[in-house]
Write a protein that binds this ligand. Sequence first.
Ligand SMILES: Nc1nc2c(ncn2[C@@H]2O[C@H](COP(=O)(O)OP(=O)(O)OP(=O)(O)O)[C@@H](O)[C@H]2O)c(=O)[nH]1
Ligand SMILES: [Mg+2]
Length: 826
Amino acid sequence: MPSTAPLTTALPNVDNDPASVRVVLFGMPDAGKSSLLGALVQATHTQDRVLRGRLLDLSNGMAELWRRAYEDRQRETREEIVPYPVYFEPYAGGPDGTPNFGAMVYDCDGRIANELLAQRQALDGRARKGSLAQALADADAIILTIDASAGNEQVDTDFREFVRFLRVLQAQRSRDHAVGGLPVFLALSKCDRLVHEPVPKDEWQKRIALRQAQVKERFAHYLEGATGAQATFGSIDMRVYPTAVKQPALTDQPALPRTPFGVAELFRDCLHAAFRFRERCGQANSRLRWVVGGAGGFLAIVAAVTALFIRSGGPVEKPVALAEKVARFESRDLPLPDRLNNEHLQRRATELAELRENPDFSKLPEAQQHFVRGRMDELQAYLKLREQVLHLPAPEKARSLEQLDQIRNKIETQAVIPATFRAEWEKRPPPAVLERDRRLQACQKISEGVKELEDFFKELKNRANKWLNADFQSSWEDGVNAVFDNEQNPPFRRSDAVKGVAYEFDEAKRAEQDWLGVRHKLIELRDLALALGLTRDQPGPEAVLVMGPLPPATSLNSFCAARWESLRKLYPSFSSWSLADLSDAPRGEARKKLKRCFDRLIRDGQRLLLDKLRELTPSGDDSPRDWQALAAWLMTPPLRDFRELLDFVSKLLDPTHEAPVAEAAGFLRQASFDIQLRRLTVVVPNNLPQGIMQPGGPLQVHWRPQGPNAVGATLMFRLDKKSVVEDARERKFTFILEEGDGKVLFKPGDEFSAELPLLKAGKEWEFVWSHAPTASFAFACLTREPILRTAMAKERGSIAEGVTVTIDGRFPVVPALLPDLRRERK
Ligand SMILES: Nc1nc2c(ncn2[C@@H]2O[C@H](COP(=O)(O)OP(=O)(O)OP(=O)(O)O)[C@@H](O)[C@H]2O)c(=O)[nH]1
Ligand SMILES: [Mg+2]
């Protein structure tokens, strides 16, 4: 978009033309100076009415600034100054009839501006050609740029610096008898950033107005504070120009991402003011014509000041009054460190500035001049240090050792005690020096603290890990408790005024998290071990999962209820226990104890069922109807605690287990069982007292349903000779169904048995499976050990211990809770 419009007149050579004006954009790094020029290009194309004229970018150099400003890739200006020649053609009919004129607009490197402001570079007539100081010396107007979106502290700091800078300009002027009234404009940049989310335009305007008022107030404050006498400067009618390269997103306006705000107004007024100033300077021979004064009616410092400065070149007189003032000041001034105490700073700054700026200062005796300069230097150096110390982040703000190191480094390199005052200030340290020392020491202490915490948590973790992997011996519990006791004794507390913040450091937090993970496991294991009575020789009431025989006259459910209650009370996190989290040694021991607890509850549960059965049918065989009734009873509220405790123990043993009581109830309720036997594998141990047996014929399974017309079946299984497996301990015989599909629809109450003929040394024996735990579920006989007896005698025989049958097909799981009626003792 930037282009050069056709010219109506021949252009002067702006560079060499003494009539062309010079405007310097001045301000801190990042203040938005270059962007203002970019926005000016935009304004010349879209806001020429506001500009009230045409502005031509003669070298087309500002076009690049325009591109950067609107493509959001502005970068710092690296040259000390960058001149942009422009030509301004005010529209005809303007109020003041300004003719066309050329202007040189200087952008600058904010860092050099900063140096000038901090007085690290001289600002006087000896300035190097092509330097910023030189451009300022030649300027017909200055635009001070301040970032409106910066925090109040930043704005304050900028002002303080600017005011100091303006005062140096004045001092310069007083030496060089220059023309007064240099126009100085205050551009408040980046005003679009005063809103962070879309708001109505009114609201944005309000915030701008507020910022403007704050800025005026601060400026007046510093101007007054720095000189100590507003009267010296007269009244200031300061006008601040709010600007932005673009408008922010507003709720009641279309988006205007390329419409500058306030930029045309700023440059319009500034160029006119510069032109008028140049006119006034026309007759003056001197090129140095400084005074900060009102210009264009916006920044007016009264003529009295100018007069005061211009008068300064008279004959040398003895400044009696001033010498007296200095002497008085000297006699009142306190020794170090008191004279640099906070409450004296403002007053001393004011008084010293007054003394130093008195036009008679240079006529004072050398010793007095030396004294005032010395105190001023000291005060300035101190204020600078104080500001640097306070502006650097405090060590307590760091959250990692790296950040802490950066902070320490910054204190050491950016808040340096000036060599001139070091010896004195270290001997009698004023507050900022003390604060600086305190911060450096805090860095050291906090960093030590972080390391101590890392070691502390690491040590806890290592000790906990040791106990997590140890067997449970008598010292186990004490060892674990010692770890937790130790946890209560950290190297320092969180509330520690200096080191406490180390707890918030990433490094310490990581170490703490590591420890907490292990701590959680250790608490779980300790609780589980206590509950299972693993750690004490004589387990007490804490051994909630150690179950002896039911105390007399206690119901199983109320016994379980009491255990539940203790479990909840003593081990609030019991529900998250898991054997899977344990390491091998403790897991094996815990499992053993848990199994014992489970078996005990199952046995007591079987007894409970048996007692209930006998309530229904006092003697004799059980009937399917009894079991139906028991199934319903098992799930009733009075058995809830028994159910829940048994479920908990069972799940802890094996999370895939079905809840045992519900499983039993489901089984007992079943009207029929779908059985299919395809292949049966019989394992016979070699150490049966009767000697080693060989199968002597097919294995037969008999099923006889109830009822007069029911047709039963016998399933024949032939030995698969090829698959016989023999080893030192046992023999494995597999029998395959000879014919049919092996299906049996078993109804509770049906008869069910099996037999296998055996041979030993020519004598016939047999295994008989007919001893089911209950009459109603006779098929369960296959899950028990058979009877071994001689075939012919038909004597009772004995239980063939260790003989098992594995079924290939479909066979119901017989619930552990099903009681064995054959072993029933009355
Ligand atoms: N949102 C917004 N950002 C701005 C505005 N003006 C400048 N910026 C941004 O502020 C940053 C600094 O702007 P510059 O124009 O480079 O500042 P400068 O004063 O020239 O800085 P130096 O050249 O380093 O002295 C850049 O990232 C700009 O994009 C503005 O009006 N609005
Ligand atoms: Mg720049």
